[in-house]
Design a protein around this ligand. Structure first.
Ligand SMILES: NC(=O)C1=CN([C@@H]2O[C@H](COP(=O)(O)OP(=O)(O)OC[C@H]3O[C@@H](n4cnc5c(N)ncnc54)[C@H](OP(=O)(O)O)[C@@H]3O)[C@@H](O)[C@H]2O)C=CC1
Ligand SMILES: CC(C)CCC[C@@H](C)[C@H]1CC[C@H]2C3=C(CC[C@]12C)[C@@]1(C)CCC(=O)[C@@H](C)[C@@H]1CC3
Length: 350
């Protein structure tokens, strides 16, 4: 069998890096792993760590900032030069910037019947202040969703190969909420929950991609890694000293007895990502989110749960994304001299 090509965005830390480690632990020979990261110094460090435990592994690096249109298009161009196939594309890079933790709502939640939902989803206790990228897009939307959407569009030739299945696997979240998402404000310019909106958007997009691409043997799935201690979670309480998180770990292990969504380690959080790697994509449910879960005794497993999404909204959202793609490509052409346009295929019709 030819070497499978696996590309992971946001692979230099947390859940993305843990996934790479797990993939290499099961198969170092039949795998070409490509870590797509925005910061090459951190990417090098991640590669060195992977090679230290798997010296014969094929681990390549690729510079890509998912919040930057030009960077995504350049990276896609580079991928098409390097590989003629892409078997797995893990859309994992994500941010939750300037999070505001509502302490009052948190303590109110602890003494309410909503406590389990609050710990499983973070619902009602977190808001974020979003920024704007150099392309004029909302930062969270661009990083978590739109950059990945453009990447898929650009990589169509290596993802859609007749008779060969490829898989798109999104790291979504149980924090994805329909109430945070608005079809008339897909970038979430007006609200205070851009993270939740972007994750709901990825659930919708995954469904739309299945509708459009399954006939070309391309399949899309979404996962939730559970609550995992990573740079993203540490940044929610920046004034909280690192050692306090460690002190809280026994409390979190206790909470895990009541909610198996407290996966806590990146290794556990990567469970559903790894599980999907081993599944036949045709057998997966396009309307399900695959959750990484860890039992009170520390055993990992994956469980599908129905998502709160519908076909009509997913298709309407996809149309909006195509419109936005047209706009950003037009702007990019105006900004970049012709020689720098990277022979981009340009906007395609749906
Ligand atoms: N931790 C949790 O509890 C949960 C996490 N998730 C999701 O899991 C995914 C991974 O996050 P996690 O491992 O927790 O956190 P980390 O912060 O450890 O990982 C996020 C990764 O995304 C990268 N990234 C961020 N912005 C960009 C960008 N503009 N371009 C390219 N790469 C970028 C980061 O790179 P850099 O190191 O340069 O910042 C990093 O490698 C995210 O999508 C997150 O939303 C979902 C549910 C729960
Ligand atoms: C300091 C306090 C004693 C403890 C604070 C705990 C909270 C900071 C966490 C409890 C549930 C967590 C959670 C997330 C962030 C941190 C908590 C609110 C997420 C929102 C992180 C990102 C996701 O995508 C969700 C799945 C997480 C859900 C749980």
């Amino acid at each position: 069998m030819m070497n499978k090509v696996v590309l992971v965005t946001g692979a230099n830390s947390g859940i993305g890096l843990a996934l790479c480690e797990r993939l290499l632990s099961q198969d170092t020979e039949g795998l070409q792993l490509c870590l797509a990261c925005r910061n090459m110094r951190r990417a090098q460090a991640a590669r060195s760590a992977l090679l230290a435990s798997h010296p014969t592994a094929q681990v390549a690096l690729l510079q890509m900032d998912t919040s930057n249109i030009f960077s995504v298009i350049s990276a896609a161009h580079e991928i098409k030069l390097r590989y003629c196939r892409l078997d797995y594309l893990y859309l994992n890079a994500g941010i939750m910037p300037n999070a505001q933790f509502d302490v009052k709502a948190f303590f109110k939640g602890i003494f309410s019947s909503n406590i389990i939902t609050m710990f499983a989803t973070g619902e009602g206790i977190l808001t974020q202040k979003d920024g704007v990228t150099s392309d004029g897009l909302q930062d969270v939307f661009a990083t978590n969703l739109f950059g990945h959407f453009l990447l898929i569009r650009e990589l169509e030739p290596v993802l859609c190969r007749a008779g060969q299945t490829s898989q798109l696997i999104w790291t979504s979240s149980s924090n994805a909420q329909r109430s945070a998402f608005n079809l008339d404000d897909i970038q979430h310019q007006r609200g205070t929950q851009p993270y939740s909106s972007s994750k709901y958007a990825s659930d919708l997009l995954s469904l739309a991609l299945n509708t459009l691409y399954n006939k070309q043997d391309l399949y899309s799935s979404v996962i939730c890694p559970g609550f995992v201690m990573t740079n993203l979670t540490y940044s929610i309480l920046p004034s909280f000293p690192a050692f306090l998180w460690t002190v809280l770990m026994p409390v979190f292990w206790l909470i895990r007895i009541f909610t198996n969504t407290f996966t806590l380690t990146p290794y556990n959080g990567a469970e559903a990502l790894f599980w999907l790697f081993k599944q036949k994509p045709e057998s997966l449910d396009p309307q399900a989110k695959y959750h990484s879960l860890t039992s009170g005794l520390g055993n990992n497993y994956t469980q599908p749960r129905k998502m709160d999404i519908d076909l009509e909204t997913s298709e309407a959202f996809y149309e909006k994304l195509l419109q936005l793609e047209n706009e950003v490509r037009k702007k990019l052409k105006e900004k970049q001299p012709a020689s720098q346009c990277l022979h981009s295929a340009g906007p395609r019709s749906s």
